[in-house]
Design a protein around this ligand. Structure first.
Ligand code: AQP
Length: 349
């Protein structure tokens, strides 16, 4: 079967969905649905790679899974046209991950910087799942033979690993792939889609640190569930330097906090940074922050309100997920049957 263009991406249900997740990933999910068939996944099996005290246990996982689903829908993804589901409903993710565990090399995984960051000094105590996270992610993408993967900058290295796995699988089993009648490579080389002015949104408290769900300070991030007052207050309190805003992008190079706030403005307004600086260059931060807070509230408050409405109806959300799961499973089964044939696993047809 020839490869056709398809988009896949996932978001972990680990709570505190924030502006970085929205601008780095979800905004692009919404745009891509105009041109592509898309599969958007709430990756609950990835969420459990950290200690249960961190992911919160079953009630919290259910709540967070519904919250991410609500964020997808509230941001504009149409669940009737595109597939929205939670990963654990489709067993192919775990099955393909096993095959890829036997394709990926230890040396490749040892280079993954996210594992090093997340495991920290207590590496011996990290779960095997956290180490294997990038292999499961490669399976998520390739199970749907996806060609495009919208993600934030931080996922670039994992996407490269996914391409390495696809390539080694295609090479190792090229004869069997051809014998099964597939033309050329069975798995595509998925392209990362890392676009927009905010592919790496930084913490509001420290412009050198990524905005993250796990930051202890709630003031470091704007949560998608924050109300208008909280959004405005967090932006007013965001760290800045004492200089006025520059008029040219070059002037942002050594000023991470200024660069971050201008990037957020630019992404929310869907206007290039250069244009934003033409308007605000020379202005003090106080005035710029007021405009940024107004813009953020205008764009985000309706999403928060819709998320609240949707999470108030868990029956509807669960229906979206199970319906999406059925549609995802149909594609996944096709891939898994082909993989079984390619590998030589005897199976029921
Ligand atoms: N700060 C960010 N800027 C731009 N994009 C970001 N993404 C995450 N943080 C930023 C993108 O959001 C998508 C979903 O992320 P995830 O749920 O898989 O988890 P993550 O990358 O681990 O998110 P966090 O906030 O960074 O969690 P912790 O604190 O656990 O490390 C991805 O496409 C990601 O690139």
């Amino acid at each position: 079967m020839a490869i056709t263009e398809r988009v896949f991406s996932g978001v972990q249900p680990t709570g505190n969905l924030h502006l970085g997740n929205y601008l780095g990933a979800i905004v692009n999910f919404v745009k891509l649905q105009e041109t592509h068939n898309c599969v958007y996944c709430v990756v609950d099996m990835h969420a459990i790679t950290v200690p249960v005290t961190v992911w919160g246990g079953p009630d919290e996982l259910r709540r967070n899974t519904r919250e991410v689903t609500a964020a997808f829908i509230a941001s504009g993804i149409d669940p009737a046209k595109q597939i929205i589901f939670n990963q654990s409903q489709v067993s192919g993710h775990a099955e393909l991950a096993w095959v890829f565990n036997c394709v990926a090399r230890l040396g490749w995984l040892n280079r993954m910087t996210q594992f090093k960051e997340k495991a920290g000094k207590d590496r011996e105590n990290a779960s095997v799942g956290l180490y294997d996270y990038p292999v499961l992610m490669a399976s998520d993408i390739l199970l749907y033979r996806a060609t495009h993967v919208p993600v934030g900058e931080d996922q670039k290295q994992h996407l490269e690993l996914c391409r390495d796995i696809a390539q080694k699988f295609n090479n190792d089993f090229s004869a069997s792939i051809a014998a099964q009648g597939h033309d050329g490579n069975y798995f595509p080389m998925p392209e990362p889609v890392i676009t927009g002015a905010a592919t790496r949104v930084m913490s509001l408290r420290d412009g050198t640190k990524k905005m993250s769900k796990s930051d202890a300070s709630d003031n470091s991030r704007i949560n998608l569930t924050d109300d208008a007052d909280t959004i405005a207050q967090k932006i007013r309190r965001a760290k800045t330097d004492p200089e006025p805003l520059p008029s040219e992008e070059d002037g942002l190079k050594t000023r991470p906090e200024a660069d971050n706030l201008v990037g957020i403005y630019s992404a929310l307004a869907d206007r290039p940074k250069s244009e934003v600086l033409r308007e605000f260059g020379g202005a003090q931060f106080s005035g710029f922050k007021t405009s940024l807070a107004d813009l953020a509230v205008e764009k985000l408050a309706p999403i928060a309100a819709e998320m609240k409405r949707l999470t108030g109806d868990p029956g509807y959300i669960d229906q979206v997920l199970t319906d999406g799961g059925d549609r995802a499973r149909a594609i996944a089964n096709e891939t898994m049957n082909a993989v079984r044939d390619i590998m030589g696993f005897i199976h029921k047809r």
